[in-house]
Design a protein around this ligand. Structure first.
Ligand SMILES: Cc1cc2nc3c(=O)[nH]c(=O)nc-3n(C[C@H](O)[C@H](O)[C@H](O)COP(=O)(O)OP(=O)(O)OC[C@H]3O[C@@H](n4cnc5c(N)ncnc54)[C@H](O)[C@@H]3O)c2cc1C
Length: 383
């Protein structure tokens, strides 16, 4: 087994590092997103490297894409919002969209000119996505959409919403769902902020009240949405962001432990601190290998399935374990925010500690991931 990256991949890594050292501002890092930075990444084809060149990508391999993500995440590039849905929306559009739809959307998305959020979840349809109630009724050459979506990341910053809506009430629930790509400026759409426990406005409730959209907002066939969305999720799950973010936090903690003293001794000499940090380094390496396995499968044309769930459940729970260790190492200082004069690591540890709670919820909870591993990975019965 050869774990080395190719010369081309290493050259890409160097190029991305040099670009990031030049192009990211501290303000953009703090905000977590930036239109300007998105345009710069888009101009290089780095928002969607694996897409074909004609749609604004580079035709890059999944391993090259992994290298790019590692560098972006490690250097805290402001890619928080716009990059989330690009994978599955793009895959669905490329496979099922008409030529006109592809021309209208793909290049703008790839260049960072058009940001798209994903609206699957509803108050009574989270893990059970097939239970969506948001309704889309065909009406002449339009659809009329009514309903509520919740926890929609970045809806307040995006241009379009990728929406799962019910188009048929008379069939089993999986068979009556369709996918739409809707302009968020359409009259009848209301976006209300949901401020999370970190105190950040990151996601939203989105209400659709008699929203009239042209028929060509429907992507793929009517009532085939469920199959399209689920397949796109399987293809596009990239798992390397999480262990890379963990690696960055660990490196910061190692720096802190080396400089900070306890009773006149550097924390780094304290056996418990050393062991905890070493344990985290070991676990991060395991998480990274699980993510590499997913990318390796993609590079072989194999669609990752329970393997992606293994990586998701392990790495999201690792984020929480690491945040716990970080708070223990920093002690009470860890709770202080960036603007306190006594803060350490710019208040990032306390933020990471609270933020990590959501890691085991979004993109499929740990319970759902374990169920996938049990059924598809181990062949255990459904019930
Ligand atoms: C930070 C963040 C960002 C998000 N961004 C988006 C977004 O952009 N777009 C979007 O559409 N959604 C988004 N979500 C919503 C997310 O997808 C849902 O929160 C998630 O799918 C869980 O759904 P739920 O919250 O309704 O919980 P529920 O499905 O009600 O689950 C509640 C609990 O029951 C457990 N449970 C549910 N069903 C089962 C089962 N069959 N077996 C075992 N246990 C089960 C769950 O694991 C969980 O512990 C986001 C969520 C978060 C936290």
């Amino acid at each position: 087994m050869d774990f080395r990256f190719s010369e081309k991949e290493e050259a890409l890594r160097r190029e991305v590092r040099e670009f990031l050292a030049r192009e990211i501002t501290p303000e953009e890092q703090e905000a977590g997103f930036s239109r300007e930075f998105s345009l710069k990444l888009g101009a290089k084809g780095w928002l969607v490297p694996t897409w074909p060149e004609e749609y604004g990508g580079l035709g890059a391999t999944p391993m090259e894409s992994l290298v790019l993500t590692e560098e972006l995440v490690y250097h805290r590039a402001p890619i928080g919002v716009q990059i989330i849905g690009l994978g599955w929306v793009g895959t669905s559009l490329m496979r099922h969209g008409t030529e006109e739809q592809k021309r209208k959307h793909l290049l703008d998305m790839a260049r960072g000119r058009s940001w798209v959020c994903t609206a699957y979840s509803e108050p009574e349809a989270g893990s059970d996505m097939a239970a969506v109630k948001c309704r889309a009724r065909a009406h002449g050459d339009h659809y009329i959409i009514d309903g509520q979506k919740t926890f929609i990341t970045g809806a307040h910053l995006c241009d379009y919403v990728w929406l799962a809506a019910r188009t048929n009430l008379d069939v089993p629930k999986h068979r009556g769902i369709s996918a739409f790509l809707v302009d968020l400026k359409t009259p009848g759409i209301t976006i209300r902020p949901l401020v999370n426990m970190v105190g950040v406005h990151h996601f939203n409730e989105v209400f659709f009240d008699e929203v009239r959209v042209p028929r060509d907002c429907l992507i793929g066939e009517e009532n085939q949405g469920w199959y399209m969305l689920v397949t796109a999720l399987d293809v596009e799950r990239s798992m390397v962001a999480s262990p890379t973010a963990c690696r960055r936090i660990l490196d910061d903690l190692v720096g802190f432990a080396t400089e900070a003293c306890h009773k006149g001794e550097p924390l780094a000499r304290h056996p418990v601190v050393r062991h905890r940090l070493a344990e985290m380094a070991t676990e991060i390496e395991v998480g990274r290998m699980l993510a590499y396995r997913v990318a390796w499968m993609q590079s072989r044309g194999i669609i990752p399935n329970y393997e992606a769930s293994i990586a998701k459940v392990y790495n999201s729970e690792l984020e929480q374990r690491l945040a716990n260790v970080g708070m223990q190492v920093l002690g009470l200082y860890g709770q202080l925010k960036r603007d306190s004069k006594w803060t350490s690591l710019e208040g990032r540890m306390g933020y990471a500690y609270l933020n990590a709670v959501s890691a085991t919820i979004f993109a499929g909870t740990s319970e759902i991931q374990r169920t996938i591993v049990a059924i598809r990975g181990l062949g255990l019965p459904r019930q």
